[in-house]
Ligand binder design. Structure first.
Ligand code: GLP
Length: 237
């Protein structure tokens, strides 16, 4: 694990974007694993800037997102498809056909999970996976549980996650209770993982995840076993 300690959120975002941009420049056909949440917004802003300046070219890039709420239409402002289009995908020169988010409105959720795993496999896996971390140590929507779940699956969100994400909705009741998330296997099989975290409220869980026991009760703790994990954070660990 390599920890890059930065001054603040802005520097974290700049360094994370530069790492992603360098990956794309070296490997134009990169498969990028992408994340939502407030943490990566600055990274996406900086990537858009780099793209507008001609410093990075997304034309051959494929993106595969970690997760999506069940039962939200992709046009819903809080769906992760909407988030990704708004914060990155429609603002860089990527072919939207090459951008993938699970379909949370699929009639057959199990079939959708299977399709997503097959898609990841067909693309040859993820080259660089960007990750944030939830307050309970979740990655994507892999919530604390008794075991690590390998493949894409549907999860019942924990109350703490629903509460944390309720800031984006009118009321807590509006937050979907279920989501589809990529499992631990494609994340751990990614060539490189880039974990970003900022805000004092993330300090304890980040410490636990990076230096505590590896346990499905803290899903992000499995990242300790990845051979190429880069953590960029302003937090004192
Ligand atoms: C959501 C996403 C995660 C993200 C987490 C943290 O639950 N599914 O991928 O890492 O929130 O979000 P934030 O960056 O807003 O703290």
């Amino acid at each position: 694990m390599r920890i890059i300690k930065v001054k603040n959120y802005e520097e974290m975002s700049k360094i994370a974007a530069d790492i992603i941009a360098a990956q794309i420049t070296l490997h134009p056909q990169t498969v990028l694993g992408l994340a939502t949440g407030s943490t990566p917004i600055g990274t996406y802003e900086r990537l858009i800037e780099l793209c507008n300046n001609g410093d990075v070219d997304f034309s051959q890039v494929t993106t595969i997102n970690l997760d999506e709420y069940c039962d939200l239409d992709p046009t819903h402002e809080q769906s992760y498809r909407y988030f990704m289009n708004k914060h990155l995908l429609t603002k860089v020169n990527i072919d939207l056909e090459n951008t993938h988010v699970p379909n949370g409105k699929a009639a057959d959720i199990d079939a959708e999970c299977k399709r997503y795993d097959e898609l990841i496999q067909k693309k040859g896996g993820i080259d660089l996976q960007l990750l944030g971390i939830g307050h309970n140590g979740h990655i994507g929507f892999n919530e604390p549980s008794d075991e690590f779940v390998m493949g894409t699956h549907c999860v019942n969100l924990k109350e703490s996650t629903i509460n944390a994400n309720s800031r984006f909705f009118n009321t807590t009741d509006d937050v979907p209770k279920r989501a589809i998330t990529m499992g631990i296997k494609p994340i751990m099989q990614a060539g490189r993982i880039l974990l970003i975290a900022s805000g004092d409220d993330k300090k304890d869980i980040l410490k636990k995840a990076l230096f505590g026991p590896v346990t499905p009760l803290v899903p992000a703790s499995i990242l300790q076993l990845h051979k190429n994990l880069i953590v960029v954070t302003p937090l004192d660990l």
